[in-house]
Design a protein around this ligand. Structure first.
Ligand code: PGA
Length: 217
């Protein structure tokens, strides 16, 4: 099983998502070997879930979640609110670490909140210095220099980092950073990479479905 995660970041609007969903449904081919996880911006989460509820192999994720538990916290989106809508949550993405100043303590709390509410965690790490937490469901290695730059990391470097991370054997290992339909095949020759976290290329349903197709070939 390979995981293909779409991280739309703050790049989508309702009209763009409506068009994306239509295009995706037309293009995506059924494949039991791939799990697709779509992570829309919060306001569109339930819409995307509804639209794709009959598309097999698709799950919904969030791009983050609040460190706060349900309560009087204006503007926060809690794990309690998300858990009936999403199956997964990205946690600790490098953009949140740098722009929102999320700390390791906040990331740990988010992991706990997700776990308490049965949301599977996709923890992003930038390097071997970032904390790993026991028992997260997935770790996505995302070197900052590869994110959104078009300079995707080499398989050997990714596998070297995986070794350094020394993850528990039941933790799934993803790679993210400029993966697209033209380079995904580079990563498919090894069983060591369980999937991909895709930003830019996931904004096009055509490219995203082409990636899914390459995985199934
Ligand atoms: P990218 O983003 O595919 O645009 O490099 C990946 C990510 O930040 O998750």
């Amino acid at each position: 099983m390979k995981y293909l995660v779409a991280n739309w970041k703050a790049q989508m609007t309702l009209p763009l998502i409506t068009a994306w969903v239509k295009d995706f449904k037309r293009r995506i081919e059924k494949n039991e070997q791939i799990k697709i996880i779509i992570c829309p911006p919060f306001p569109f989460t339930i819409y995307v879930k509804e639209q794709l509820k009959d598309t097999p192999g698709v799950a919904i994720g969030s791009q983050s979640l609040s460190v706060m538990a349900q309560g009087r916290y204006t503007g926060e989106v809690t794990a309690e609110a998300l858990c009936d809508i999403v199956t997964y949550s990205i946690i600790g993405h490098s953009e949140r670490r740098s722009y929102i100043k999320e700390t390791e303590a906040m990331i740990k709390t988010q992991i706990d909140r997700a776990r308490e509410n049965s949301i599977k965690q996709i923890l992003c790490v930038r390097n071997a210095q970032d904390q790993r937490y026991p028992k997260v469901d997935m770790v996505a290695y995302e070197p900052v220099e590869a994110i959104g730059t078009g300079i995707n990391a080499r398989v050997t470097d990714i596998l070297y980092m995986k070794k350094k991370l020394s993850l528990p054997s039941d933790t799934l290992f993803l790679y993210g950073g400029s993966v697209d339909d033209t380079n995904i095949s580079e990563y498919l020759g090894t069983n060591e990479i369980d999937g991909f976290l895709v930003g830019t290329a996931s904004l096009s349903a055509e490219k995203f479905c082409a990636m899914a197709r390459k995985i199934s070939e």
